[in-house]
Write a protein that binds this ligand. Structure first.
Ligand SMILES: Nc1nc2c(ncn2[C@@H]2O[C@H](COP(=O)(O)OP(=O)(O)OP(=O)(O)O)[C@@H](O)[C@H]2O)c(=O)[nH]1
Length: 389
């Protein structure tokens, strides 16, 4: 994004979901289940090493050495040299009719991958950015080993922090209290992500793959869900109590389910829950994750040039600390709102929406960061964007 760019008009692009998660956290198991779902037909799945993915029994034909067609209708291909080449090639073959027409792409990363470089590729390669859009990041977290992995492996923390959807796996074999604590820790780490239970939630494709940065059919609603700024408001980096309120308030479905499950399965356990909640607050504070999130908001419309200057400066000065930025901007020069998102030093080309998702027309910018305080970013924003010239 540069100061000379004007906000572009909306273009329909194919949604890409990035499926990530720590080693052994259940990505492949989830994917195998998903591609059997009729709702996932017309999906192209891009994976790092096809041989490792036990999907062979689902195959019916092989388009070439890298690409196979599943009997579910999904296309599955391996990343050859790099992700850009693979996506470009896939797109061109779709255009030429050499592979079945697909409507979405799911990229499965390796368990140790930091998702940032993959998001970079999707945002910066001009050809890819003009044909695809990032729909969302789906992260699997192992309910048995997840807590330890978050403690010990920064990749695991980053994967959970940048997620739009967190899928808890192995809840069938995990200790109930451990699941409860893990859910709360993830809620602190990433209040904007919806938590999904791979074992309980039936309609997984809908829950996971409509994160929607920009969906021409249902754009307004989706942007609201994607940004989920209200989950970050009132601060972002500590305060278990605030977040828990936010959680119960904003994420009815899942948390409710969880709490009910907790009670239903074990009468008398509900009373114990309250004490348990307290334990959790200690727990969350004890972890003191360096990764946290906050939102910068502003009421009045803002100058596009100043906003661009702010994003350029913040990326330059603090890019290493920025895991993800998502924003809905009220721009003076534009009649309609503009959506931006970025990872570290890079920003996706901005997208102009057809209208505001709700009556709330404030600029809201969500930052998911590591070792960076809200005050620092807010001061920069105040100095560069809202200060009177
Ligand atoms: N009980 C149970 N086991 C699961 C669940 N999800 C995955 N597993 C098992 O966990 C193991 C690892 O699952 P995978 O799907 O291979 O995990 P992955 O994230 O793809 O692993 P890598 O590709 O090595 O990073 C396998 O033995 C799965 O059968 C679950 O929800 N419940």
């Amino acid at each position: 994004m540069t100061a000379t760019q004007t906000p572009p008009a909306p273009t329909p692009r194919l949604p890409i979901s990035v499926l990530t998660g720590f080693l052994g956290s259940g990505k492949t198991t989830l994917l195998s289940r998903l591609i059997r779902d009729p709702g996932m037909a017309r999906t192209a799945v891009v994976i790092n090493e096809f041989g490792e993915v036990g999907l062979d029994h689902l195959l019916v034909s092989k388009a070439d050495e890298n690409t196979v067609l599943m009997d579910s209708g999904c296309l599955c291909c391996t990343i050859r040299s790099d992700l850009s080449d693979t996506l470009r090639d896939l797109y061109m073959r779709r255009l030429r009719g050499e592979v079945p027409e697909f409507d979405r792409v799911v990229i499965e990363t390796t368990g140790l991958a930091d998702p940032a470089p993959i998001l970079h590729t999707l945002m910066t390669d001009p050809l890819i950015a003009s044909r695809f859009r990032l729909d969302g990041v789906v992260t699997t977290v192992d309910a048995v080993h997840g807590m330890k992995q978050l403690d010990e492996h920064e990749e695991s923390l980053k994967q959970a922090a940048v997620a739009d959807r967190v899928v808890l796996t192995k809840t069938d074999i995990a200790d109930k209290d451990a699941v409860y604590n893990l859910r709360h820790r993830l809620q602190h780490l990433n209040p904007g992500a919806t938590q999904v239970d791979a074992q309980k939630d039936e309609s997984l494709p809908v829950l996971l793959f409509e994160a929607g940065l920009y969906n021409p059919q249902t754009k307004s609603l989706d942007v609201q869900r994607w940004l989920k700024a209200e989950a970050y408001e009132g601060d972002g980096h500590d305060h278990g109590h605030d977040h828990d309120h936010g959680h119960h308030h904003h994420d009815h479905g899942h948390d409710h389910d969880h709490d009910h499950a907790h009670c239903d399965h074990d009468h008398g356990h509900c009373a114990h829950d309250h004490g348990h909640d307290h334990d959790h607050h200690h727990d969350a504070n004890r972890h003191n994750d360096k990764i946290h999130s906050f939102v910068v908001t502003h009421e009045a419309p803002l100058s596009w040039d100043k906003l661009v200057g702010f994003f350029e400066t913040v990326a330059q000065a603090h890019g290493d600390s920025i895991l993800r930025v998502k924003g809905l901007l009220n721009v003076e020069e534009a009649e309609r709102p503009i959506v931006i998102h970025g990872v570290q030093h890079l920003f996706h080309p901005p997208v102009q929406l057809e209208g505001w998702p709700t009556d709330d027309h404030r600029t809201r910018i969500v930052f998911i960061v590591k070792d960076l305080q809200k005050d620092t970013v807010q001061a920069l924003f105040d100095a560069m964007v809202t200060a009177k010239a």
